[in-house]
Design a protein around this ligand. Sequence first.
Ligand SMILES: *[C@@H]1O[C@H](CO)[C@@H](O)[C@H](O)[C@H]1NC(C)=O
Ligand SMILES: *[C@@H]1O[C@H](CO)[C@@H](O)[C@H](O)[C@H]1NC(C)=O
Ligand SMILES: *[C@@H]1O[C@H](CO)[C@@H](O)[C@H](O)[C@H]1NC(C)=O
Ligand SMILES: *[C@@H]1O[C@H](CO)[C@@H](O)[C@H](O)[C@H]1NC(C)=O
Length: 377
Amino acid sequence: MMGHRRLLPPASSATTVPPALLLVSSFMASLLLANTPAAAQVARDASGGGCSGNASPPPSTQQQQQLWVFGDSYADTGNLGDLGRELTHAWYDPYGASFPGRPTGRFSDGRVLTDFIASAMGMPTPVAYKLRRGAPRGLLARGMNFAVGGAGVLDTGNFQRNISAQIDLFQAQRPACSAAGHTAGIAAVVVSGNDYSYAADKDNSTSAAIAYIPTVVRQLREQLRRLRDDLGMRKVVVTNLHPIGCTPLFTRALNYSGCDPLANVGAAQHNAALRAVLAALDPANRTFLLLDVNAPFAAVVDAVAAETFAEPRRPCCESFSAGGHCGEQDGDGKRLYALCDDPSKHFYWDEVHPTQAAWAAVAETLRPKIHEFLLST
Ligand SMILES: *[C@@H]1O[C@H](CO)[C@@H](O)[C@H](O)[C@H]1NC(C)=O
Ligand SMILES: *[C@@H]1O[C@H](CO)[C@@H](O)[C@H](O)[C@H]1NC(C)=O
Ligand SMILES: *[C@@H]1O[C@H](CO)[C@@H](O)[C@H](O)[C@H]1NC(C)=O
Ligand SMILES: *[C@@H]1O[C@H](CO)[C@@H](O)[C@H](O)[C@H]1NC(C)=O
């Protein structure tokens, strides 16, 4: 998700960003994110890892493991370029205030899901594709993050690379990996709902988003199949949808007192369809692991009494107006948002994205499953 894109529309649709603005941002972003000759250099640099080997290394040789990340703003670590405060909030204060102390393009006060998945795998956070120039060689050999804020499985009107285009980019860089079965690669696929936001915006209805579920999941299935069968990923972890109706985007109108049930039903339907897809693709659970982020989110944000976060639904960074955004300023540079004292007390950082503390708590519930899965053959 990009900060200014909604996942699914709240009952009132007053917060829509003018289409022209989106178009400009997205068009510029597509230029900035376009493939360049430097990518070929990265391919050479990065192919020092497991790709030239003749067999998959045993899972215990963690030195050889590579993590490739595909997805949206829940996983983006800098791929959405800095196009100005209005368009790319994650590159401006107060984003990044908790970690590393300045904005880095992460949609949070600090670390995001990618950082915690890597950590659970005992690996460094993979370099963001956009920040690959000047990244240490050793790090480039450990994988790369292609996830970008605003992306979907299909096109979302944000002109960000959809999942299949992100995988194309990976493939273009790693020709040696195109034969199945010869990579140490682990892939993470993080899809958090931009497709549904797009569908809902187009029709001004959550039900339009729900009707779109089979299309999105069918395409997601094809991309997951491709990662295993065509690209030889040894393991693929894939997240399900969080309870979208509990994001501040939906709950602000209720003074954060409860969630939007229909949007949560939509997320649950997507998740059921995704489970069925994985069961059909991989009945023995050898390659794919469903990372259930929905349950740990729901345990906090959709619970009657959550004990872990003092503020389960109210975001730490809250724009003054419902149509505004975290980090918004007026012409004189005056803040148009309120910032909490302690982000770790809040589950949500901005109108759609969790705090670092929230991601840490969610990842803690996933860590044992990730460990067990990576050690399985
Ligand atoms: C993904 O993006 C590519 C490149 O823009 C486009 O050709 C393709 O049709 C898109 N795929 C889907 C499933 O929307
Ligand atoms: C969108 O739907 C809401 C609720 O159904 C309605 O109040 C609003 O007027 C609609 N907006 C547009 C632009 O159709
Ligand atoms: C919103 O909820 C807070 C408590 O969480 C309360 O202090 C405040 O008065 C409420 N605002 C409105 C407009 O009801
Ligand atoms: C595969 O995982 C699913 C979901 O966690 C589980 O329901 C199923 O029993 C597993 N199948 C096998 C063969 O372990």
